[in-house]
Design a protein around this ligand. Structure first.
Ligand SMILES: Nc1nc2c(ncn2[C@@H]2O[C@H](COP(=O)(O)OP(=O)(O)OP(=O)(O)O)[C@@H](O)[C@H]2O)c(=O)[nH]1
Length: 300
């Protein structure tokens, strides 16, 4: 599978970040709670050196809450405050301002000592394309949605957004490139729609997603596509079985795999299958079913 990103944009984006960083007090990296590793920028640590960093696990409404809790604990252990948000409904975003003030309490104290108590805190909001940066900022600021669409890589100009609570946020639309260091990471980005569907073969993607779901969430898969699915089957057979269960057939009675592939990806991305996380924090060892549909369970 060949997943391409936009290497040409990286140099310009890096330059923009370096020019802008001196103006900000902290960096808020937005991640997709379903894939906190794959949706992270590989260079953010070195690019934002010396800046306090806050992590937002966005799309928490679509992720498995138990796994999101593991990720939150993992980031905290590594020194980063964490928020879990659903920027579509706004759930969790009200914890942002207090978390920033807490992260920057030493700076706030210094401002007060210098008689600059009203000086706003400036936060750069960064993340890979389509991770929900605009939606997050819109929710926090009450800004009218300028753009919130499900098309990765749609770029707008960067802009400061004043937030009523003494914070200014810098929207950096789509400038951070995603990690593409392994096929597994590329697939997770593709499953969640973080990279464009046009550059991928949808059926292959759906086969691979079926295999992941069969490993991680067999019960959710069975609940949606019927007990007729044979666990452990190769992805193309799982997709074939699901298409038959759904009655997606072409003339001659063969399963319509293309249609089923689109439906599977749409249903996964839209949360119709249930709340699903595709990655767990590194310490948690080998991969196991996360919905109790296999052995051992999440707590093992
Ligand atoms: N379910 C759910 N959907 C979300 C959430 N946050 C954003 N979305 C949706 O994800 C899509 C992309 O959101 P945007 O806010 O445009 O993402 P962005 O990071 O600003 O995108 P770029 O400009 O491409 O960098 C939109 O369809 C949003 O409605 C969330 O927390 N939960």
């Amino acid at each position: 599978m060949n997943i391409q990103w936009y290497p040409g944009h990286m140099t310009a984006a890096r330059r923009m970040l370096q020019e802008t960083l001196p103006q900000v007090d902290a960096v808020c990296e937005i991640l997709d709670a379903r894939i906190p590793y794959a949706s992270g920028n590989p260079d953010i640590r070195s690019l934002t050196e010396n800046k306090p960093r806050l992590v937002v696990l966005n799309r928490a409404d679509l992720a498995d809450p138990a796994v999101t809790a593991l990720w939150a604990a993992w980031f905290k252990k590594n020194g980063h405050p964490v928020l879990e948000t659903d920027s579509k409904s706004g759930a969790g975003v009200n914890r942002f301002a207090p978390a920033v003030r807490d992260l920057l309490r030493d700076k706030l104290r210094r401002y007060e000592q210098r008689g600059q108590a009203g000086r706003p805190l400036r936060i750069m909001v960064a993340g890979i394309p389509n991770v929900g940066k605009s939606s997050f900022i819109n929710r926090i600021s009450g800004r009218k949605p300028a753009k919130a669409e499900d098309r990765p890589g749609v770029t707008r100009g960067r802009q400061w957004v004043v937030v009523a609570s003494g914070l200014e946020l810098l929207d950096t639309p789509g400038i951070l490139w995603p990690r593409l260091d392994s096929e597994a990471v590329g697939l997770n980005l593709a499953f969640t729609g973080a990279v464009k569907d046009e550059i991928l073969d949808l059926e292959t993607l759906a086969f691979r997603l079926m295999e992941r779901l069969d490993t991680l969430y067999p019960r959710l898969l069975a609940a949606r596509y019927g007990e007729g699915l044979v666990p452990g089957s190769p992805g193309h057979l799982l997709l074939d079985q699901a298409a038959r269960r759904r009655g997606f057939l072409v003339s001659g009675g063969e399963p319509d795999l293309e249609r089923m592939a689109k439906v599977l990806l749409d249903e996964f991305r839209g949360g119709v299958l249930g709340r699903i996380s595709l990655e767990r924090p590194p310490e948690n060892g080998k991969e196991v079913a996360m919905d109790g549909g296999g052995e051992p369970s999440l707590d093992d």
